[in-house]
Design a protein around this ligand. Structure first.
Ligand code: C5P
Length: 231
């Protein structure tokens, strides 16, 4: 089943402390942004990529797209002050499609099987998001003191991709914009409409490149995958 993907790539990546857009940092000689784009370039079900960018980085990114032969990008609109604005900026340029996937450009290790699962669930139920079960004991803390231990079985750590039927995410974003609601992910906007959101179990390799140590994990994942291919 086909889909188009929105990749917000207009962040500043302050927590990485790289002094530049963290998506330009390299993992085994290739920019993080290109690793992510290649997943969708190589997925036959992906019919278009929308990339939200900072205006001052647009021409550099366009050069990268040419260099690495990323041909599926349909639009590179300006990103906004918050991630949600960057996603919305892409959605505004998009024509009606069946399924839209929203995925952080900073998560280069997402796999085709998880994407296909998300797309299928979104087709069936309207909205489906990737997540993994919480591994550690989870506690609620206030002012440095434990308030309660939370039942871990019901806790999931949420990632992207998040997949939606086109009309549903358009409505959710329009309503959020109208009332000035800012969520930390797109599912929150859909939840606010009272719509059910399904979860698809992802894996712990789908990490977001956020801080310096993530780059070490990232290169380890790439090396492991290269070994698996050569076995
Ligand atoms: O900062 P963080 O890694 O959580 O951002 C997630 C994704 O959203 C990144 O790919 C980043 O480039 C993007 N983003 C954006 N516009 C913003 C903030 C973040 O496109 N204003």
């Amino acid at each position: 089943m086909q889909y188009e993907v929105v990749l917000p790539a207009a962040g500043s990546g302050k927590r990485m402390g790289a002094g530049q857009n963290k998506l330009f940092l390299k993992l085994l000689e290739k920019p993080i942004l290109i690793h992510t784009l290649e997943v969708f370039q190589q997925d036959p079900s992906c019919t278009g990529i929308w990339l939200a960018v900072k205006p001052e980085e647009r021409s550099y990114i366009q050069e990268m797209l040419e260099q690495f032969k990323i041909t599926k990008v349909r639009g590179l609109p300006d990103g906004g002050a918050e991630r949600q604005h960057s996603v919305h900026s892409c959605m505004k340029g998009m024509q009606q499609v069946d399924i839209v996937l929203v995925h952080d450009a900073a998560r280069p290790f997402i796999t085709h099987d998880i994407i296909a699962n998300l797309v299928q669930n979104a087709h069936e139920f309207g909205a489906a998001i990737a997540g993994v079960r919480a591994k550690d004991t989870m506690k609620k803390v206030r002012n440095g003191v434990i308030e309660e231990t939370v039942d871990r079985d019901s806790l999931w750590m949420i990632q992207t991709p998040q997949a939606f039927q086109f009309d549903l995410i358009v409505e959710a974003e329009d309503v959020a914009e109208k009332v000035g609601f800012l969520g930390t992910d797109e599912a929150m906007l859909v939840e606010r409409l009272g719509h059910t959101v399904h979860i698809v179990e992802s894996n712990y390799e789908n990490v977001k490149m956020t801080t310096q140590e993530d780059l070490i994990f990232g290169e380890a994942i790439l090396r492991k995958r290269a070994l698996q291919i050569n076995e």
